[in-house]
Structures are given as structure tokens and as C-alpha cells.
Ligand binder design. Structure first.
Ligand code: SF4
Length: 332
């Protein structure tokens, strides 16, 4: 089980699909059923299909309660790995709903939806966002590198069955990669499965953040738009998020930034938008973290992303937060 002091809540992060999303992490770093070549968190260190209480649930919910004042648009179960590996997922969603009226989203790779108990738990959320990145087993193995217990057949049958049982919003994400899946013949195979799965929305994405493997290449926006037309209902290319006004009174600190960067590499602009900070304040705290070796930068295209260094995974960020660096958020 994880260190009780570890931060399990991160953000809010600016999400292209959910606005300002407050993340809830239910597994330790890179505990997942997959090892996707495009993963922004690096290679999976614990590839598993074992469902167990990986982190202390009461501590997670207590931490979440403290963060509700950040007024996110969604509370999203996601983060360092696959949230459906938590067997108390349904209870957690129920307890969040008893705490707040903010809608709950589950960001899942969908690999365990073939299990009845997983479908029952996930169905308590308002929005469920699974992934389908391949149209056949060969590319599924190549792109997602799943645990041997997770077959392509189980994946698509779980996705289909869940639609029959779930009446909430069901948004299927398809991650396309140049040289792998971004080919018309392959997208047509994915389109075949989309017809059977019948999600409310299909959202095309690509590797816009630094990926785990260098050969996971992004697809240019114009090409994504062309490929989107091969899918019915027409897929939407997930647009860059534009932040809405952040409520006054939010606070952000080096600890908060580090908790965010452990789950998602971000640009200065992304950090500032999500956490409601002035970019200059974010830069100041990032410089401090970088000088202590807690974060480093990577280029992806023309953008510079900050990422938590591997040595900070599983540590308590307060150990390296200097006194007096908490920042008052920018007013709207
Ligand atoms: S992208 Fe998501 S599903 Fe794939 S390895 Fe990373 S955490 Fe797991």
C-alpha cells in the first residue's frame, strides 16, 4: 500500500474534454493493465490485472474534501494508472457523490469492462471515457502492450456490454499514432467497432505530450480531421482546451505543481490554466523545483513540457517545498 502521506489528488488540470478537472489517483505510479507506447508517464512498472486496494481510500477521500474549494468542473478518477484496478471504485464514486454535486468522470482504458463487477462500479459515474486505440489484436498488442489476461476480444466485448447497461455519457477516445494506426484501412477497422460499441461521442486524440516511446509519433491536425470523417457518428478531434475563468481564492504551491506533474507533463501555460496561477508564479516555483532536481523539461514539437523526475515518484512533496512559496491565485 502507498505511503499515507502521498498526494492522491492532483490539479485541477486543464482537460481538453472536461474543462478544469480535479484528478483522483487510485493506484500507485504506473500501475496499469497496459503499457501504451504513447503513455505520457513512461513505461509501466507494475503491469497487472489484480484488483486490490492499492491506496488508502479514506485518506484519498479526506484529501479530496480539502480540494473541493478549487471548484473544478469534474472530479475525474484517473492519474498514474488504471482506476478500475481499485475494487472499491463503486463505493468511492458513491461517497464522492454524497460529498458534492460536481459530476464524476472515470477515465479508463476499458480493459476490465468485461468484468461484471467493474461495469457495475463504473456505471455509477456521470461520464465514462474508455479508450479504443486499435481495430485488431495485432495493433492492440503493438500500441497498448496489454497484460496477457487482457485480450482484444475481451476489450471490445466489455465496451459493447457496458453500453447496453450504462445510460450516462459514454465517450470513446481513440488515440491515433502516425506510422501505426493513423491509416485509413486501420481507422475503418476501428470504425467497425465503434458501430458496435455505440458511444455517445468518439474523440480522436494523438500524442501531443512527450510519449513513452520515441516512435509513438503524433498525427498532424489536418490528417486527424480527415480520418475523423471515416468514423460514424463523425468523430471529433479533441481541440486544445481554453481555460475558463478561475474562481478567486484558489491557491497553488510547489507541492500542488509536483502532484500534477507526476501524473501529467505540462507546459507553463497548462499549469497556470489548471491551477489558476499567474504564469510568472508558476515559472518561479518550477525554477525552484528544477534547481532541486524534482522536475525536468522535455521538448515535444515547439512546446516545452515539465515532467516530475522519476526520483520524486512516491515521495512526499512537502519534503522539498521551501517555506513561504505558496502562491495566491490570479484573480479573474
Ligand atoms: S496511457 Fe493510460 S492505459 Fe496506457 S499505459 Fe499509460 S496509464 Fe496505462
Amino acid at each position: 500500500m502507498n505511503d499515507q502521506r502521498q498526494h492522491h489528488i492532483f490539479g485541477p488540470v486543464p482537460s481538453r474534454r472536461l474543462g478544469r478537472s480535479l484528478g483522483v489517483d487510485l493506484v500507485p505510479f504506473k500501475t496499469c493493465t497496459y503499457d501504451c507506447i504513447y503513455c505520457q508517464l513512461g513505461r509501466t512498472t507494475c503491469k497487472t490485472h489484480e484488483r486490490k486496494e492499492w491506496v488508502p481510500m479514506d485518506a484519498v477521500l479526506e484529501e479530496l474534501k480539502q480540494k473541493l474549494a478549487t471548484h473544478p468542473d469534474y472530479i475525474t478518477l484517473s492519474g498514474s494508472g488504471e482506476p478500475t484496478l481499485c475494487p472499491r471504485l463503486g463505493e468511492i464514486i458513491e461517497r464522492i457523490k454524497a460529498m458534492t454535486s460536481i459530476p464524476v468522470a472515470v477515465l479508463t482504458n476499458g480493459s476490465l469492462l468485461w468484468l461484471k463487477e467493474v461495469r457495475a462500479a463504473v456505471a455509477l459515474a456521470d461520464v465514462v471515457m474508455p479508450s479504443l486505440d486499435a481495430g485488431d489484436d495485432l495493433l492492440f498488442q503493438t500500441v497498448n502492450r496489454p497484460h496477457p489476461e487482457i485480450t482484444f476480444e475481451r476489450l471490445v466485448s466489455g465496451l459493447e456490454q457496458f453500453r447496453r447497461e450504462f445510460t450516462g455519457q459514454y465517450w470513446l477516445e481513440v488515440m491515433l499514432l502516425a506510422g501505426h494506426t493513423a491509416l485509413p484501412a486501420h481507422v475503418q477497422k476501428i470504425a467497425h467497432w465503434v458501430q458496435r460499441i455505440r458511444p455517445d461521442r468518439v474523440q480522436l486524440n494523438t500524442a501531443t505530450r512527450p510519449p513513452c516511446e520515441e516512435f509513438a509519433l503524433p498525427v498532424p491536425p489536418a490528417r486527424l480531421a480527415e480520418l475523423a470523417r471515416l468514423i460514424r457518428p463523425t468523430a471529433e478531434v479533441v481541440a486544445e482546451h481554453r481555460a475558463r475563468t478561475v474562481p478567486a481564492g484558489s491557491t497553488a504551491s510547489a507541492e500542488t505543481i509536483l502532484a500534477l506533474l507526476r501524473r501529467r507533463p505540462c507546459t507553463v501555460e497548462g499549469i497556470a490554466q489548471g491551477l489558476g496561477m499567474k504564469p510568472a508564479e508558476a515559472v518561479k516555483l518550477l525554477a525552484h523545483l528544477e534547481s532541486r532536481g524534482r522536475v525536468h523539461t522535455e521538448r515535444q514539437g515547439s512546446e516545452r513540457f515539465y515532467r516530475a523526475t522519476t526520483s520524486t515518484q512516491g515521495q512526499t512533496p512537502s519534503q522539498f517545498t521551501p517555506p513561504g512559496v505558496a502562491v495566491k491565485a490570479a484573480k479573474p
